[in-house]
Design a protein around this ligand. Structure first.
Ligand SMILES: [Zn+2]
Ligand SMILES: [Zn+2]
Length: 134
């Protein structure tokens, strides 16, 4: 709990009990949809509205503390910003996990071919997770 408070402060985000709960949830479960976050927060703060949860998430996204992970055909997930990484998504159970791969040569090739200046090189891979495959 203490750690979450410091993290919020160091990003210039006002600490509120609701925000601390969001951070704790994202620590424990990594990629959560807005519904999952809302459910978890509602357990502790029954009167909170979905709009308030969105407002808190947006405030933390503005401070580059939380990031939206956009996955094709799925609701957005949210995660705490850490080092850049890609994601693997299970098409059967919908699980989303981090995968750390070096995309520097891929990004370089994309820049050369498109002549775009690329500043984010994360990818989303879809497939079947080991649990669903067995
Ligand atoms: Zn799966
Ligand atoms: Zn992630």
């Amino acid at each position: 709990m203490k750690h979450s408070e410091e993290l919020l402060r160091s990003h210039g985000i006002k600490v509120t009990p609701q925000r601390l709960t969001i951070v704790d949830e994202l620590y424990g479960r990594i990629h959560l949809s807005i519904d999952e976050l809302y459910m978890a927060i509602k357990e502790k703060f029954p009167s909170i509205s979905l709009a308030t949860v969105y407002k808190n998430i947006n405030a933390m996204m503005e401070k580059r503390f939380i990031k939206e992970v956009k996955i094709p055909n799925q609701k957005s997930r949210y995660e705490l910003i850490k080092e850049p990484h890609s994601h693997v998504v299970c098409q059967k159970c919908g699980k989303v996990e981090d995968v750390h791969i070096d995309l520097s040569t891929v990004a370089k090739e994309a820049m050369e071919k498109s002549r775009y200046h690329i500043n984010e090189d994360a990818l989303i891979f879809t497939g079947v997770c080991p649990e669903c495959a067995s």
